[in-house]
Design a binder for this molecule. Structure first.
Ligand code: ADP
Length: 539
């Protein structure tokens, strides 16, 4: 027997309609080079609607891919909604990609137009001749003095919108592609992930639940995560769905201005990768941060020492999230269950360093690599983490990377994890970053976590280096905190009681900075290249 409920497609236009009516006065704040610009959801929704007519006047095809090369701004957010609501596909371009990779993704996606912030035009313009399908470059003037070339492909955002009539949107098919985001290519060529209206709808609802971020009307949300990184972690949709105010940092992504924004705009929830939170801490100390209720951090492992420093200095530890571009990106969130309240802080710190609980809608399993044999959830046994659910990719655009999907319908994350009896995930490492030594492996994440707990260490990344006897041995690459000193021997001594003896790095090198990826994670790939021929003292 079938249920007798309406078959209501889960699409974005009704969410837009609702926000326009119900949250018309709610604030959208964008930081600019010189101050802040304020708008409301009501005005913003008008822009979203006029963009639909603008796309028509540009002659974009019905299912065109619309590229954006932009900071986190209210205009960028309008494109985030206008593209899918008009039946087209938003394609966020990572402004920090290498030129060849940008050319690759633009051509792979066959973008017809790119909307670019004027301040970023000098980065994009030299590549335009390499873009095979791009017909228009729409410049969004953010007041930067960057020169705008006199070229028939250039369109000014203001001119395009002048006279554009507001559009009412309707999408019938919830499975229609709404947005695409390429993986940042840490592990090979970028691959295209295609979100649907339905997946974004359900993912946003999940972000609004208590088990995830509990985003609500009274929130003031600051997505520090760039809007081009993994679907802005859902923070371009969930606030619009829940009526939360948004504060968008624009080009002011430096720790000082971010800290200022959190204080002056009374931000309640902010989200970014660990390197951002590491840099921001000194800028946050001494400010009135009483509005802040949730600091979300993910993208790579959150060092225990970092979360603890936030707890000690600001009274608010970091809440860790795990996810991937392929998982929209929310895969798990480490909100501690109520029965842990009152436990000693050291114990809680340990628990907070886990990746946490998958929300309803994300199924998780760990398997013996290259099999479908499920491993037990005893927090001891580790295996490849696999996930499935309505906002988890089923394939990459154009069939790339088919090996990342199992025959029985799961996404292979490329992460190695253990899961405890309550379902909390503990990520051990990325498969590619594990250090293989004498038939066993060492978790680089664990070693880094311990090293970064040393007061003299600002950043630490551990990589495997070739070893004649053991295949690979760990090399610790350490950045000392400003003005601090430590020797290799001191650091090894610090690690000795904390890890198995055979895990101790064979060498420690002191470097000025750990190289970062285009989304601000430690780039082990670059470190491995840099230390490719390194001879370990034991080798
Ligand atoms: P890229 O693979 O190019 O870095 P993503 O941002 O999609 O692009 O990266 C997803 C990966 O980031 C995950 O597979 C995992 O290895 C890592 N990651 C994300 N969140 C966490 C976390 N909280 N702890 C450890 N690793 C994480």
């Amino acid at each position: 027997m079938d249920g007798l409920m309406q078959s209501y497609p889960l699409t974005l236009p009704p969410v837009l309609d609702r926000a326009e009516r119900m949250y018309a006065d709610r604030q959208l704040v964008t930081a600019t080079a010189t101050g802040v610009e304020r708008t409301t959801y009501g005005e913003w929704a008008g822009l979203v609607r006029r963009l639909g007519s603008a796309f028509e006047s540009l002659g974009l095809s019905e299912r065109a891919r619309i590229g954006t090369f932009a900071w986190n701004t209210a205009r960028h957010l309008a494109l985030y909604w206008a593209a899918p609501c008009s039946g087209r596909v938003l394609h966020t371009l990572n402004i920090r990609l290498f030129p060849e990779q940008l050319t690759f993704v633009v051509n792979h996606a066959e973008d017809e137009v790119i909307f670019v912030d004027r301040s970023l035009l000098p980065l994009l313009w030299p590549l335009v001749p390499t873009f095979a399908t791009v017909r228009h470059i729409v410049v969004m003037d953010d007041g930067a003095p960057a020169e705008i070339p006199d070229d028939p492909r250039i369109v000014h955002f203001a001119d395009l919108l002048a006279g554009a009539a507001p559009m009412r949107y309707r999408i019938e098919d919830e499975n229609l592609a709404a947005a695409m985001c390429y993986t940042s290519g840490t592990t090979g060529n970028p691959k295209g992930v295609l979100y649907s209206h339905r997946s974004l709808y359900l993912h946003s609802l999940s972000i609004m639940t208590e088990q995830v971020m509990a985003i609500r009307q009274s929130d003031v949300v600051l997505p520090i995560v760039p809007m081009f990184h993994a679907n802005a972690w859902g923070l371009a949709q969930a606030p619009v769905m829940s009526g939360a105010a948004l504060v968008l940092p624009g080009p002011r992504m430096q720790p000082g201005p971010l800290a200022e924004l959190i204080e002056s705009e009374r931000v309640t929830l902010a989200a970014g990768v660990p390197t951002i939170w590491m840099a921001a801490l000194p800028m946050l100390e001494g400010r009135d941060l009483s509005s802040l209720r949730l600091i979300v951090c993910g993208g790579s492992a959150v060092p225990t020492a970092l979360s603890e420093a936030y707890r000690a200095k600001l009274g608010l530890p970091i809440t860790q999230a795990w996810g991937m571009t392929e998982t929209s990106p929310l895969g798990s969130m480490n909100n501690l269950p109520p029965e842990l309240a009152g436990r000693p802080e050291e114990e809680l710190a340990e628990i907070r360093s886990r990746q946490g609980y998958p929300p309803v809608g994300v199924d998780v399993r760990i398997v013996e690599p290259d099999t479908t044999d499920e491993l037990p959830w005893d927090d001891e046994v580790t295996g490849e983490l696999q996930v499935r659910g309505p906002w988890i990719a089923s394939a990459y655009y154009r069939g790339d990377g088919a090996e990342q999907f199992t025959a029985d319908g799961w996404l292979r994350t490329g992460d190695v994890a253990a899961v405890d009896r309550s379902g909390s995930i503990r990520l051990v490492d990325r498969t590619k970053d594990l250090i293989k030594t004498g038939g066993e492996w060492i978790s680089s994440v664990d070693l880094e976590n311990h090293l970064m707990a040393h007061p003299a260490v600002a950043e630490a990344a551990v990589i495997g280096v070739a070893h004649p006897k053991w295949q690979e041995r760990p090399l610790a690459c350490v950045v000392l905190a400003a003005g601090a000193t430590a020797t290799k021997e001191e650091l090894i001594e610090f690690l000795t009681p904390r890890v198995a003896k055979w895990w101790l790095p064979d060498d420690v090198v002191f470097i000025d900075e750990v190289p970062k990826t285009s989304v601000g994670k430690f780039s082990k790939k670059d470190l491995r290249t840099r230390f490719a021929g390194y001879t370990l003292p034991t080798g």
